[in-house]
Design a protein around this ligand. Sequence first.
Ligand SMILES: [Zn+2]
Length: 156
Amino acid sequence: MDPSDILGALQRTTNIKQNQLTLQEIAGLREDLRRKEAEEAAAPKCPYCAGAISNGVAKCRHCTSEVQWCEVEGKAYVLTAEEVPQYFVQQKLHELAWEKQQRAEAEKLLAEAALKASAEKQKEIDEMNWPSAGAIIIFFIFLVFIIAIFISEAVR
Ligand SMILES: [Zn+2]
């Protein structure tokens, strides 16, 4: 322990004894406590005793149990030896489920694209047919006009 820490602790004890703990000191102690709690909450937990565990250690310093480490997307997890195979099975199942989902999504997108393409193709065909349908109508009007002229000529 650092001598200044000892001095500080002694000073604090004296202050507590004298009931003179300042608001600033109380705030400081609360901050220390909060920081310690946050550190412990963030630290990996021993799967046997739930005690905080240092990264990479093979044994829990609280209960001396042997632990295993697994890394998922950059975050380290601590597991029991029995959990490890189960963990890998879960990981594999998760990956397979993800792949299946990806494939289903890809198939859905392809089906949508095919539907859209066929709708566009149909629209194109309709648009291509439209002028010829118009031409047929114009042709019939023209035919009726010609017949009318012929009839009027015949009647005369
Ligand atoms: Zn432990």
